[in-house]
Design a protein around this ligand. Structure first.
Ligand code: GDD
Length: 329
């Protein structure tokens, strides 16, 4: 099988490409810039079945040429402006990448080859600030941020093209999913990398925003398995992909600091500038449909995820310090 993956430079892109290559498929990935992330470049060295294209997913002609050149059986649209907070300051680019690009892809599939199966990464943010919990595929949308509205719009476009043109197109309503590839613009990456620097004596405090909001956190490697399963079904539909377990930001922080024997209260300060104009209070997904129809369930629980990320951040920080020391000597 041939698959085309937009946003292959992100964490989901990496894990999905790794899985697809492992299963023997040909993968064409779209990167925004020529800089290939380290993990992806290692994957590329070990596989001749991975091709990378550089281009902008908001450029329809580029997308057309990528689809024609790769002739995919499946397209996974993982490219996104995925920072909820940033969408308040950059709403237009958020919409261009998160809504216009999937619309282009759906149109191109319809025109070039309607048999191509399409996956769209949607977000639990569509449920808004105070949804009933747990949320399912039938929970009403009430998107609060420009990011959430952009993802909700893409969701309805997928639904519309599925109904109107019979495309095999699906959205996954993805809850927070993390990995050692998460950077510091996300809460989990920010916390674990700060811990690594604190242990090395290179950082004394960690400024965070809202500690009370609750999220349903899972491992990105588990979530890409659900994506692939969705496109293997007989009928296309949308799925909630979540762990079903909810922890507050404060609990994430406490678990991560506690794992290395530190008391988070001695390091964390709340900075009002990091609070968002609107923030979902409690996200907890019910992935019952995915469990029943896809046979999917996550392997890593919250504590395992926290430990995996802290261990990787410490290892990375040691390597950085070693390279710096070697560079100096
Ligand atoms: N990033 C960040 N978040 C913070 C901080 N302090 C507190 N938070 C809170 O920590 C929570 C998690 O923030 P993020 O890790 O940035 O993720 P998110 O906004 O919940 O969005 C993620 O999950 C969505 C699905 O639920 C995804 O759609 C989205 O792309 C992203 O991966 C939010 O409530 C945010 O306000 C901070 O310093 N930085």
């Amino acid at each position: 099988m041939r698959v085309l993956v937009t946003g292959i430079g992100g964490q989901d892109g990496f894990y999905l490409a790794q899985q697809m290559l492992h299963q023997g498929h040909d993968v064409t990935g779209i990167l925004r810039t020529r800089a290939v992330p380290l993990a992806l470049s290692e994957l590329q060295t070990h596989s001749s079945q991975l091709q990378l294209l550089t281009g902008d997913v908001t450029d329809r002609d580029f997308l057309r040429s990528a689809i024609v050149a790769s002739a995919p059986d499946q397209i996974y649209n993982l490219a996104a402006q995925s920072h909820v907070g940033e969408s308040f300051t950059s709403p237009v680019p958020t919409f261009e990448v998160n809504t216009l690009a999937p619309l282009y892809l759906l149109e191109l599939i319809r025109q070039i080859d309607p048999h191509i199966r399409f996956f769209q990464a949607c977000s639990a943010e569509v449920f808004g600030e105070n949804p009933p919990a747990p949320q399912t595929e039938t929970t009403p949308f009430a998107p609060a941020s420009p990011y959430a509205v952009s993802k909700a719009s893409a969701f309805w476009l997928v639904e519309s093209y599925r109904r109107s043109y019979g495309l095999f197109a699906c959205s996954a309503i993805l809850y927070n999913h993390e990995s050692p590839l998460r950077d510091e613009s996300f809460l989990s990456g920010k916390v674990v990398h700060a811990i690594a620097r604190i242990l090395q004596g290179r950082q004394q405090t960690l400024a965070l925003g809202n500690l009370d909001v609750q999220r349903d956190w899972g491992f990105a490697g588990d979530y890409v398995e659900a994506m692939a399963l969705m496109l293997e079904q007989e009928q296309p539909t949308d799925y909630v992909i979540a762990s079903g377990q909810t922890y507050s930001v404060g609990e994430f922080v406490e678990a991560a600091f506690g794992y290395v024997g530190l008391d988070w209260r001695q390091y964390v300060v709340v900075d009002a500038k990091l609070l968002r104009p609107a923030d979902a209070q409690l996200l907890r997904g019910d992935a019952g449909r995915a469990r029943r129809q896809l046979g999917w369930q996550p392997r890593l629980d919250f504590q395992m995820l926290v430990e995996l990320m802290v261990d990787a951040a410490i290892k990375q920080s040691k390597q950085t310090a070693l390279s710096a020391a070697l560079g100096e000597s």
